[in-house]
Write a protein that binds this ligand. Structure first.
Ligand code: PLP
Length: 407
């Protein structure tokens, strides 16, 4: 996606960012709607976060030993999220989902995993099948380098299709876990239908499998706790990333004590990392989470609503068929005239139109995620001026999209 493969043109090289703005090496300024793919919930280079990072870094960068910051961030997560008694830090969302799946297999003694087409959980070998995000953007079937052996334990099911999940359980008693994005946002934004996540949790429980809710994208983003607070379903394991690192490499997985105690050194499931719980990343996460309060979420909801509605009106006025979809303050626009419930429906859209829309916005100083399959991210720094600049760029971008020859 950074290569602009889906939208064409020359990627912008970013020199610095502050608040809601990005600055490229050629001196151009952009209102940012990509938010570093999620971590920049307060806006870029928030002074409180930068001060915490600088103060912590001055005491040393990495110790490979427990630190106060690690315990405090763990406590902040556990205090906010009821189903999480214990948490283990890693350095990326990929590591978090990979480790959660290993833990589920170790705990259940079973091999197979169920994932959903269009959901992205990082570049874990077993989870790349029918993946969203960059894999969807590039239109790749899966990834080279994943062996048949690794792929054969992954059962891919259509998103929002409960009957298909039930059928998968009926055909195998070797399923260790179901992993899903808490609300899918890597094939564009596709919220789970009412009762879908609850049904998954129930099926897992009935079949001796674990339910893993991947909140790397939604956690601490769509509410003070994440999607969990919105649909109230209790997963066995949850994964976090992006916001909890405040822009530095930190991610985590956690769950109930019974399951987590299977991790080494207490239990037999090995997991470790040189940079896990890195103090500087923990300090950035703590300083970020400390500012993620109700007023921030109200602001994010209001701003995302304003921008989403303005984009939809501009496209409507220009006669461009589209569907705006939301999961809390995450939203995206499909250049299609149907509701999107799953990956096939997400792919059935005019991505050529998105590319032209994207470039028109970029030329007018607004940096959207460079793919039709990504959510738009707003931040606490998106003030009235930033929103006005976005809203005034939309009509001509919509007109440019309308002019695309779809033949
Ligand atoms: C839902 C979800 N899970 C996992 C990941 C992987 O995280 P990372 O890129 O930090 O490895 C992502 C990244 O976009 C994500 O959106």
């Amino acid at each position: 996606m950074r290569a602009f493969s889906a939208v064409g043109g020359v990627p912008r090289f970013i020199e610095r960012a502050t608040g809601a703005y990005l600055y490229d090496v050629d001196g151009n300024e952009y209102v940012d709607l990509m938010g570093g793919w999620g971590p920049a919930i307060l806006g870029h280079a928030h002074p409180g976060v930068i001060a915490a990072v600088a103060e912590t870094a001055a005491r040393g960068l990495s110790f490979g030993a427990p630190t106060r910051e690690e315990v405090e961030l763990a406590a902040a997560i556990v205090n906010r999220i009821d189903p999480v008694d214990q948490v283990r830090f890693v350095s990326s969302g990929t590591e978090a989902t990979m480790s959660a799946v290993r833990l589920a297999r170790g705990f259940t003694g079973k091999s197979k995993i169920i994932k959903f087409a269009g959901c992205y959980h990082g570049h874990v070998d077993a989870l790349l099948a029918a993946s969203g995000s960059g894999v969807a953007t590039l239109g790749l079937p899966d990834s080279a380098g994943v062996t048949g052996h690794q792929a054969q334990d992954t059962i891919v099911v259509e998103y929002n299709n409960f009957a298909a999940v039930a059928a998968a359980f009926a055909s195998s008693d070797d399923i260790a876990c179901v992993i899903t994005e808490a609300a899918a946002a890597n094939m564009g934004v596709v919220p789970p239908e009412p009762g879908f996540n609850a049904g998954l949790a129930r099926l897992c429980q009935e079949n001796g499998a674990l339910f893993i809710s991947d909140e790397v994208m939604t956690g601490f983003r769509v509410s003070a706790t994440g999607w969990f607070a919105i649909d109230g379903v209790t997963p066995d394991l949850m994964t976090f990333g992006k916001v909890i690192g405040g822009g530095l490499p930190a991610a985590a997985f956690g769950g109930c004590r019974d399951v987590m105690q299977n991790l080494a050194p207490i239990g037999p499931v090995y997991q470790a990392g040189t940079l896990s719980g890195n103090p500087v990343a923990m300090a950035a996460g703590l300083a970020t989470l400390a500012r993620c309060d109700e007023s921030l979420y109200q602001h994010l909801d209001r701003v995302s609503d304003q921008i989403g509605s303005a984009a939809s009106s501009a496209l409507q006025d220009a006669g461009v068929a589209h569907t705006l979809q939301r999961a809390g303050n995450l939203f995206s626009i499909f250049f299609a005239d149907h509701q999107v419930r799953n990956y096939d429906q997400a792919r059935d859209q005019h991505t050529k139109r998105f590319a032209v829309f994207f470039h028109s916005m970029l030329d007018q100083g607004v940096y959207l995620p460079p793919s039709a399959f990504e959510a738009w991210f707003v931040s606490g720094a998106h003030d009235e001026e930033a929103v006005d600049r976005i809203v005034s760029a939309l009509p001509s971008a919509a007109i440019a999209a309308a002019a695309v020859d779809l033949a």
